[in-house]
Design a protein around this ligand. Structure first.
Ligand code: TXA
Ligand code: MG
Length: 423
């Protein structure tokens, strides 16, 4: 047994809490307070990048009216600059500033579901910067419902008006004539999910810290995201609703309030990076398989580093070396999906087998993300991971809840467990 885990040789618990790393962890894991939100507002106005929690996933925010700040956002995200970003607002009335046309059905959706996990794509208004539309004729808009996001957005918008008034009075003081300039659209925060392009979206502040770290100016901590997958995107720019991305709000509820069926995108639909293959992807290979195929796979790959994400109902039959058990209810599954994919990826497994959930409308957004996450080749060199460590713990019969499994129950099999013996 090594020193740090030995009760005889390790420091007493009260002393170990004084260590710098633990103290930092305790401090940074606190939710952000009002002063931090106010600081984030100032940073945004100064062209900074601020990560903030939403009810879906964490967003990487920049002043949508500041082309330079948005350009830096694309650079940090490593996203091609032809892909549009969603502009986040705080009030439904702002729709008319940012969109040239708001069809009746779209307004009904905004009034009914905002703040909430719905993004509307509409014809862009004059003055919407190319930087956020990727040069397209439309703009994506959403009001998130997380209280910290709403506070940030409201204060950002209010501070913008004050700044402008202050700037105008300073100008007059020097007796200069008023200068005619195009009205700058204020009060919108451009924010893609706060992950590098193509990777798993973050649903906790610590995910962002480990992915983006010092590349951003501030990370607001608002705890674990309630919905856990991205917003549903509905394109109303043609006058009729087209479902571009299934997400946190069900397509059936949207159709009900819109008063018409949702269309599916045709060939000339706007570009949506989330629709590319190998999106939302872990570094390990991921296979989406039926329960029986997982059992067969495990039997054929004994001794290999294979992990599994299984549904509650079938876990007794799926004996991978390292298994995370997921709820059999779609909303609960979605809430913890990304955190658990990250967790399995960090285990050092070379292969993650995901049990195929039921193919029903309620599961459509989850299935969409899983299908995109499944890819054949690793996207980047694998880090050594902690597989060996997991195996040692398994041999000692330890529970791994403390390792950060999000809500699911981790089930460890014996280190040399061969995956198929419990069939
Ligand atoms: O839940 C969410 O939507 C999160 C949170 C942070 O709000 N944001 C998010 O952003 O998922 P992002 O950039 O990772 O995904 C936004 C998607 C992209 O697929 C983008 O192409 C699409 O929205 N999008 C944005 N503006 C668009 C537009 N004008 N036309 C078509 N698609 C658009
Ligand atoms: Mg994204």
């Amino acid at each position: 047994m090594n020193e740090t885990t030995s009760p005889q040789s390790g420091p007493p618990p009260s002393e170990s809490l004084q260590s710098a790393s633990v103290r930092d962890a305790l401090i940074t894991d606190q939710p952000s307070d009002a002063a931090e939100v106010a600081r984030a507002v100032r940073l945004l106005h100064d062209g900074g990048l601020v990560v903030f929690p939403t009810e879906t996933v964490y967003g990487l925010g920049a002043d949508a009216g500041n082309a330079e700040a948005v350009a830096r956002l694309y650079k940090v995200k490593k996203r091609p600059d032809t892909h549009p970003v969603i502009v986040h607002l705080s009030d439904v009335e702002q729709l008319h500033d940012w969109a040239a046309e708001v069809p009746e059905g779209a307004l009904r959706l905004a009034e009914r579901f905002w703040p909430g996990p719905l993004t509307l794509v509409l014809k862009r208004a004059v003055g919407v910067p190319d930087a956020v539309t990727g040069g397209q004729a439309t703009v994506g808009l959403r009001i998130p419902s997380h209280p910290m996001a709403l506070a940030l957005l409201r204060q950002f918008r209010e501070a913008g008006s004050e700044n402008e008034a202050a700037a105008a009075s300073t100008f007059n003081q020097y007796g200069s004539p008023p200068v005619a300039s195009a009205p700058r659209l204020r009060g919108g925060i451009a924010a893609p999910s706060a992950n590098r392009y193509g990777r798993i979206s973050p649903t906790r502040a610590e995910h962002v810290r480990s992915d983006l770290g010092d590349d951003v100016d501030c990370i607001l901590n608002g705890g674990a995201c309630e919905v856990g997958i991205e917003s549903t995107i509905v394109d109303y720019s043609s006058g009729h609703p087209v479902l571009l991305r299934p997400g946190g709000l069900s397509a059936a509820r949207i159709a009900e309030v819109a008063g018409e069926e949702l269309l599916l995108p045709g060939d000339n639909a706007p570009r949506a990076p989330g629709s590319h293959a190998a999106h939302y992807a872990p570094r390990a290979r991921l296979k989406l398989l039926r329960r029986t195929d997982i059992i067969e796979y495990l039997a054929q790959h004994k001794g290999q580093r294979v992990a599994a994400l299984a549904l509650e109902v079938s876990v007794a039959r799926l004996a991978a070396q390292y298994t995370v058990v997921m709820p059999a209810v779609a909303a609960g599954y979605a809430r913890m999906l990304y955190a658990n994919l990250r967790h399995l990826d960090a285990s050092g497994a070379d292969m993650i087998l995901v049990e195929l959930p039921p193919d029903t409308p309620a599961w459509a957004p989850v299935l969409d993300r899983l299908r995109r996450a499944a890819h054949d080749e690793p996207l980047a060199p694998r880090e050594p991971g902690r597989w060996g460590q997991f195996k040692r713990k398994a041999a000692a019969g330890m529970d791994v809840e403390a390792e950060g499994v999000d809500g699911g129950n981790a089930v460890m099999q014996a280190a040399e467990g061969d995956g198929a013996e419990s069939l």
